[in-house]
Design a protein around this ligand. Structure first.
Ligand SMILES: Nc1nc2c([nH]c(=O)n2[C@H]2C[C@H](O)[C@@H](COP(=O)(O)OP(=O)(O)OP(=O)(O)O)O2)c(=O)[nH]1
Length: 129
């Protein structure tokens, strides 16, 4: 079983960063949390920081975990953490677009099917404004 890590980057005002996948064709256009596969020998947290640096050009501070292992297709599980921005502003290096979703906008994008329950869990963790 391989692990995919993903970062729910939370900014002031309860904004959450969503990223639109560019590939593969089956997932292109769907929205996800920045992240990717953990490399052999790499820790989950190191992979999370690396992927955010590579994909959106920011340094993140890793916070609390969201849920346990979230099932993905094809022998993968996803592990998710709340993160905050330590430095930089996100830019789409590998995605089609990035979008900050404020409270009331969390379901305004077409989340990948695995991500919809994660967004619901995140909503319960974020303080209400
Ligand atoms: N990063 C990320 N992947 C997700 C999410 N939801 C979801 O179903 N996935 C799936 C899509 C992909 O099949 C897999 C992650 O693969 P990836 O393409 O992001 O991994 P990677 O950056 O390491 O890319 P690669 O080196 O394998 O090309 O997990 C999510 O929120 N974030």
């Amino acid at each position: 079983m391989r692990t995919v890590v993903a970062a729910v980057i939370v900014a002031p005002g309860g904004r959450v960063l969503a990223a639109q996948r560019a590939e593969p064709a089956a997932l292109a256009g769907g929205w996800e949390f920045p992240g990717g596969k953990v490399d052999p020998g790499e820790s989950d947290e190191a992979a999370l920081v690396r992927e955010c640096r590579e994909e959106i050009g920011v340094e993140v501070a890793v916070g609390r975990r969201v849920g346990a292992d979230w099932p993905l297709a094809e022998g993968y599980v996803m592990r998710v953490w709340l993160c905050s921005l330590a430095s930089g502003e996100p830019v789409a290096k590998e995605h089609l677009a990035l979008r900050w979703l404020g409270p009331g906008e969390y379901y305004d994008v077409a989340w990948l099917s695995a991500d919809l329950p994660i967004m619901r869990a995140v909503e319960n963790l974020l303080p209400e404004d």
